[in-house]
Design a protein around this ligand. Structure first.
Ligand SMILES: NC(=O)c1ccc[n+]([C@@H]2O[C@H](COP(=O)([O-])OP(=O)(O)OC[C@H]3O[C@@H](n4cnc5c(N)ncnc54)[C@H](OP(=O)(O)O)[C@@H]3O)[C@@H](O)[C@H]2O)c1
Length: 420
């Protein structure tokens, strides 16, 4: 992490009623928890905005949130008394002025957190107690950071898929660290942004339902592009519009390759206890990488493919079908020897298929299980965007704080209320 800039502050960044340590019975908060936020892009910035305007709480945990740190690749701020609003505003404004900093893809050594500073910062955060590390980056190598944080008793909430698709044995070490310290590790926002997909699956699995198959449309970007294709828009134009609207990664080749959807499929499959690795996914890109020369202007490559895509979509339309980009998980059955299959790629679907009517960046997950054998359990709605993703992140933050041992105080406060 960049070296913290500890500066004297006058107005700390916290939820409106944060900092109050009342008994709760008078409406004040029982305690204030600390957030250390990694990344202040589309999601991180919205997390900070929602924290600053939380409504009064009517249910436990009666907890306020104080932002004690924000870190981006360009620098950050750290103050255990709460980061100064002015410093934070500067950080966000700088980002807006330098769109190049808006590099959603964060590959490469330059994106690694600075290791020497990290242990010291995590120790400081651990000493604060009641602290949540919130990852709103797409940085590589965060597995180690999570494990170190959880080992110290910090909760970890993440929107970043990458650490969850590391080799399974590596990811299990993160869960083990959480189990040892009793801290929470939550990642609802990694699949379907604000849609309750991970929690729903965890509920089914924990209560003994047997999921048989899951079909999902989980890429807002590819959903937008395939919708445009269906309307007769050329591929190159559809991709250019998606890029201009900010739907794509900085290099749209990454979306077209389908890797992001494959990552989500791995996270979902692992929730079912399937020992899946990323390379086990049968992945077909929407547009093969070979067709998109790395050194060639993307638009030139795409225009070469326009006629082919136009022909394919016209043929589908004539058959009453539509192209969508789906992830399908068919769970194996040890009794019959049927193996689990995870297939990610473009599919021709009939127009009455639930995924055919998805619009914009909407997402859909349909779960068929022993308890939902005929009418699948369907989760559907906006599947991308800062506000909905930040909502999932902060919901995970509150769930983490609810389970924290420090919650004794809040429980006592709730008891006081009920006898008042
Ligand atoms: N956007 C969505 O709708 C959505 C939905 C669900 C999940 N997600 C996930 O949420 C994460 C953030 O997405 P986003 O759209 O907010 O991306 P973004 O706008 O590109 O923002 C990424 C932020 O992370 C910072 N960052 C990158 N590497 C870092 C590092 N090593 N240490 C500290 N900060 C680092 C960047 O710093 P700079 O500002 O200095 O560049 C930037 O502030 C991603 O993992 C994404 O897949 C996004």
């Amino acid at each position: 992490m960049p070296t913290p800039s500890v500066r004297c502050e006058t107005r700390p960044f916290s939820s409106p009623r944060g900092g109050t340590r009342g008994g709760g019975g008078d409406g004040s908060l029982a305690r204030t928890a600390n957030l250390f936020v990694l990344g202040a892009g589309v999601v991180g910035k919205e997390v900070l905005e929602q924290v600053s305007s939380l409504p009064p709480q009517t249910r436990p945990p009666f907890v306020g949130l104080r932002v004690v740190g924000v870190v981006t690749r360009r620098g950050g701020a750290f103050d255990i008394r709460g980061v100064n609003r002015g410093i934070l505003a500067d950080l966000l404004v700088t980002r807006a002025r330098h769109p190049s900093a808006n590099g959603g893809t964060t590959n490469g050594a330059s994106n690694q957190l600075e290791l020497p500073a990290r242990a010291t910062q995590l120790d400081t955060l651990a000493r604060l107690g009641d602290t949540v590390l919130v990852d709103c980056t797409a940085a590589d190598g965060m597995e180690e950071v999570y494990e170190e944080a959880l080992s110290r008793g910090l909760h970890v909430v993440t929107a970043n898929k990458k650490p969850l698709v590391a080799p399974r044995e590596r990811v299990e070490r993160i869960f083990a660290a959480a189990a040892r310290s009793g801290a929470s590790f939550r990642y609802e926002a990694t699949v379907g942004a604000g849609l309750p997909i991970i929690g729903t699956l965890q509920g089914l699995v924990r209560t003994g339902d047997r999921v048989r198959s899951i079909e999902c449309a989980l890429s807002g970007t590819l959903g937008f592009i395939t919708n445009e294709l269906a309307r007769g828009v050329p591929l190159s134009e559809a991709v250019a519009t998606a890029k201009a609207a900010g739907y794509t990664e900085p290099d749209p080749r990454e979306d077209l390759a389908g890797t992001d959807v494959a990552r989500k499929a791995v996270i979902v499959a692992r929730e079912l206890g399937i020992p899946l690795e990323l390379e086990d996914v049968s992945l077909s890109p929407l547009v093969p990488a070979e067709a998109l020369g790395r050194d060639e202007d993307l638009d030139v490559s795409l225009r070469r493919l326009d006629a082919d895509f136009a022909q394919r979509t016209a043929a589908l339309r004539a058959r009453g079908e539509k192209l969508v980009y789906l992830a399908q998980i068919r769970v194996g059955d040890p009794k019959s020897g049927r193996r689990t299959e995870v297939v990610v790629g473009p599919q021709a679907i009939p127009l009455d298929h639930p995924a055919a009517s998805l619009e914009g960046s909407s997402a859909l997950v349909a779960i068929t299980s022993d308890r939902y054998p005929v009418a699948p359990l369907v989760v559907r709605g906006a599947g991308a965007g800062g506000p909905v993703t930040a909502t999932a992140v902060l919901t995970d933050v509150f769930l983490s704080l609810q389970s924290t041992p420090d919650n004794r105080e809040a429980r006592a406060c709730a008891a006081t209320r009920s006898f008042a």
